[in-house]
Design a protein around this ligand. Sequence first.
Ligand SMILES: [Fe+2]
Length: 279
Amino acid sequence: MTAEQSNEKKPGRPAVPLAHRTLHLVQITDCHIFESEQGILQELNTRRSFEAVKKAVFESGDNTDLLLATGDLSQDGSAASYRYLAQQFDEFELPVFWLPGNHDAVGVMLKNFTGINIDASKHIVAGAWQIVMLDSTIPGEVHGCVAPSQLDFLETSLRQHPDKHALVCLHHQALDTGSDWLDNKGLDAADRLLDRIGQHGNIRAVLWGHVHQDFHRRINGVEWMSTPSTCVQFKPRSKTFAIGDEAPGYRHLRLNSDGSIETRVHRIDYLDLALDRSP
Ligand SMILES: [Fe+2]
């Protein structure tokens, strides 16, 4: 989808701010919601942990202009999981932009993850910034790839606004995390994306989900970040599959008009994490 966020306020929908000021974002990722209200992942009820993270966003008191949902929103691709998520995300009363993960069913998502605040646009222009949402999924596969069509979309989007700082979002990790089992399910041909990013001096950050952990490196002036899942965490730097002890969470980002970024991961601290740790 190539529609650019118009910034025209639709009835009942909050507008993305146009002013040249700091843009405040919340990234929510890897919710893994099931069709059933009782759906559990590693003994964790994913609806319950999502709702705890949502409450933490509300209670943070941070300014937020828009939300980014970066894939694996559903565990089973069911219509009911997306309808639940749509209702939940609409309660933020903020614009919500999304991209799919390997667990998502895009067709079902387009029909059911809809609401007054949910926007399927993949190029968002707001203030001094633009955000490009890439689809890195390969149908039926866990690992991902940025297809030539998605690289073309990135290029076309960036050419429209070479004067604006850019944040690029996708589901799969663009850089290795140091966990062999997870990096084997990462982004195929990542060099194609890295090369493209290196060619554009206005890309300030790359943001993803999939790895269920906090990761942040600054390389050649670009911030590379992943964000904890709203449910189960993967143990950082584990060579084989392992569940982490960290709590579910989300990331808050401040995109400043000079291109700098301030960011922090928030974790909830009041959920009983009696997890099943088997693969
Ligand atoms: Fe995930």
